[in-house]
Design a protein. Structure first.
Length: 295
């Protein structure tokens, strides 16, 4: 009888090496030559919510210490806001306002460039929000945000953890997702057609199509891993934070991993050319130069 050319053990080993080589090649294609993850600043309590402004400066939150920090494009750290309301996720809208999930105050606010604060949403159906966590502002100016609750459940008034949409013009708040365990990270595509939502409570991340009125439909599983925060690059690759930074292609294929000294919580592209990936990770702020940029 003719013997097989490769034993099953050898074949599995060979396939494993081939897949590892492909992953390494994919990571090398994403990351700038010779670039490594660098710690930019540390000594925080728990960092979250990085967001990039029009000049490439990156703002991020230190939740327990009630601060929003600014890492300028020339490499300087400063405090942007004290008494932040337990600020978590951040995102800049098209007018340069910093939209903030104030988890401690159970609301979403907008900070104008002059510092004026406006409450955008603090209740749904006459009941207080749980603890807004992460958000994304669409091209029309509408705001999607997740509303889970971590820690104490005292005072929870909503009937679960959901995702909401505040249409442009700050019209009445809509609940657009009501069937996830604990939604967390939220981000959409630059053309406003797709929304990615991480269900941290169920260890999955989904992609939805966005209707003209902001409603969501055609849900698909994009990654078998949950996430705190997430972002996209110009190629449509999705970056998730769970133990490491996981990178998935738009078709859901795992592309690469970026290992960080501390467990990452959130990511965004920033810097003057938007080719630096900033990573908030527990007590530190990290960054790595990339071959890809923000969308």
């Amino acid at each position: 009888m003719r013997k097989p050319l490769l034993s099953s053990v050898f074949l599995m080993s060979w396939l494993g090496l081939a897949l590892s080589a492909c992953a390494a090649s994919a990571a090398a294609d994403l990351i700038a030559p010779g670039a490594k993850v660098e710690r930019l600043a540390d000594g925080f309590a728990f960092t979250e919510g990085p967001a990039c402004d029009a000049q490439g400066n990156v703002y991020f939150t230190d939740i327990p210490n009630q601060r929003i920090h600014k890492w300028s494009s020339d490499g300087k750290l400063s405090v942007f806001r004290e008494d932040s309301g337990g600020a978590n996720g951040l995102f800049f809208d098209g007018s340069g306002n910093l939209v903030v999930c104030e988890g401690g105050q159970r609301r979403v606010t907008s900070l104008a460039p002059d510092g004026t604060a406006t409450v955008l949403a603090d209740s749904y159906a006459g009941k207080k929000l749980n603890s807004p966590n992460d958000l994304w502002v669409d091209p029309k100016g509408g705001v999607y945000f997740s509303d889970p609750r971590y820690g104490s459940q005292e005072g929870v008034e909503q009937d679960g953890f959901h995702v909401y949409y505040l249409p442009p013009g700050r019209k009445s708040l809509r609940r657009v997702i009501d069937n996830l365990v604990k939604p967390n990270g939220v981000v959409g595509t630059a053309d406003g057609k797709l929304l990615y939502v991480a269900d941290a409570g169920d260890g999955k991340t989904y992609v939805y199509r966005i209707r003209e009125d902001g409603a969501l439909h055609d849900r698909k599983l994009i990654a078998p891993v949950g996430s705190d925060g997430l972002t996209l690059d110009e190629r449509g690759n999705l970056y998730l934070t769970r133990g490491v930074v996981h990178v998935y292609r738009p078709d859901g294929q795992k592309l690469a991993e970026v290992v960080v000294p501390e467990s990452p919580s959130n990511v965004c592209f920033g810097g003057a050319d938007r080719r630096t990936l900033f990573i908030t990770a527990r007590k530190g702020l990290y960054a790595i130069r990339m071959n890809v940029a923000a969308p």
